[in-house]
Design a protein around this ligand. Structure first.
Ligand code: NDP
Ligand code: MG
Length: 380
């Protein structure tokens, strides 16, 4: 039977690549969603004829409804619209490729509906990893990672259950690898958006430049693979060919390699447990020549060190860190704060907001809102 997907965040980098994969695999698309880009989502809606299209911004959704009057597509808006797209009955898999905490409630809804979740939206696991994993266990919904490192870890663990010693999480190092703290003070938005190996959305590209992305992935890996913080080592690997590794008790280390191309982990999350021919070019190791590894510079890239420390605190701390980072990155992208101020914003929110142990989803969303308010009050 033809597999059917609901795709949240279809206009983004992961969203567009998911549609390329869906075309190649011949999947049906029964729901699409975006924040406000109605020009692109209209095109996608006309091509895929989904039952539902969700656009977060009300005014944009109204415009889209007018534009799609000649079709059968139902246009919905707001957070409830995103949730409606996530619970659409026909879909067996929900691809969560929106950016930010806005992905949390739609993901929890899809879990309740026992969908397979192809999870790209790492912020969901960072802010509410325990709640999400618990909900998935209760409903029996499968969560398959789309993030390339976590897909690699998932593949390295096949056949070993969770009995590993360590996860070796690789990182390209971003555009500022080798820079000093003083040099980081002067970098511009344009510099931060020039990632050496991946072409991604703006928020994750800045996160990759501060290395906060690796901090978020550290927390994502803890939740997906029940890892303690001391079981995850971060390795800088500038070639971005080894997507991560797992070390076992007998000292074997298993790695997953490919050219850097997100269409591969996206496809694996959709076809698992099968492997199918993909759009990814063949890996030419002799052409690449050398694969190198080094430790991260935690003194210069303070966001990574801060995330690793925050990961040890149970409760709402990770949600606060994540929300403060999202807000700070948006301010940096608007040229309102400097690159190094991003770290200061996150630190400020963590200092000001009291941690709630064993929080509910409502506590998490409230702490998320408070972190955003504090950062905007001081730096907005
Ligand atoms: P993009 O910025 O390219 O795309 C973000 C998507 O989210 C767009 O479709 C955007 O819609 C949508 N969106 C934004 N705000 C809202 C909202 N309020 N409600 C609903 N939808 C919204 O990001 P990426 O595709 O790069 O990243 C998406 C997620 O995947 C992130 O969590 C990221 O960390 C993760 N990821 C990305 C990788 C990559 O290679 N890009 C790799 C691994 C993980 P609109 O276009 O209308 O703004
Ligand atoms: Mg990644």
């Amino acid at each position: 039977m033809k597999k059917k997907i609901a795709l949240l965040g279809s206009t983004g980098s992961i969203g567009r690549q998911t549609l390329e994969v869906a075309d190649a695999l011949g999947l049906a698309v029964c729901a699409l969603s975006a924040g406000s880009n109605i020009r692109l989502i209209e095109e996608q809606a006309r091509k895929y004829s989904p039952a539902v299209v969700a656009v977060y911004e009300e005014a944009a959704a109204c415009d889209l409804a007018v534009r799609l009057r000649d079709t059968q597509v139902k246009v919905v808006s707001g957070l409830n619209g995103q949730i409606e797209a996530a619970r659409i009955k026909d879909a067996d898999t929900v691809v969560t490729a929106v950016v930010g905490t806005v992905g949390l409630l739609p993901t929890l809804t899809a879990i309740e509906e026992k969908k397979r979740i192809a999870l790209a939206n790492k912020e969901t696991l960072v802010c509410a990893g325990e709640q999400v994993m618990r909900a998935a266990e209760a409903s029996g919904a499968e969560i398959l990672p789309v993030d390339s490192e976590h897909s690699a870890i998932f593949q390295c663990l096949h056949g070993s259950g969770k009995t590993y010693e360590k996860i070796l999480l690789t990182a390209s190092g971003g555009p500022f690898r080798g820079k000093s703290p003083g040099e980081l003070e002067k970098v511009t938005v344009r510099d931060a958006l020039c990632h050496p190996s991946w072409n991604m959305g703006r928020k994750i590209t800045v996160d990759s430049a501060t290395l906060m992305n690796k901090g978020l992935e550290f927390i994502e890996a803890m939740h997906l693979y029940s890892a303690r913080p001391d079981q995850i080592d971060i390795l800088i690997h500038p070639q971005s060919i080894v997507h991560s590794m797992v070390a076992f008790s007998d000292r074997s280390v298993i790695a997953q390699l490919s050219v850097p191309d997100m269409r591969l982990p996206i496809q694996y999350a959709l076809t698992y447990p099968e492997r199918q021919p993909s759009l990814t070019p063949e890996l030419d190791l002799a052409g690449i020549g050398a694969l190198t590894f080094e430790n991260p510079d935690l003194k210069t890239f303070k966001c990574l060190a801060l995330a690793q420390e925050t990961a040890k605190i149970r409760g709402t701390a990770c949600a606060v860190m994540n929300a403060a980072n999202e807000t700070a990155v948006a301010l940096f992208l608007e040229d309102k704060i400097s690159f190094t101020r991003i770290y200061e914003c996150v630190l400020l929110a963590l200092d000001r907001i009291k941690n709630i142990e064993d929080p509910s989803v409502e506590d998490i969303l409230a702490s998320d809102g408070e972190a955003r308010r504090i950062v905007l009050e001081y730096y907005g």
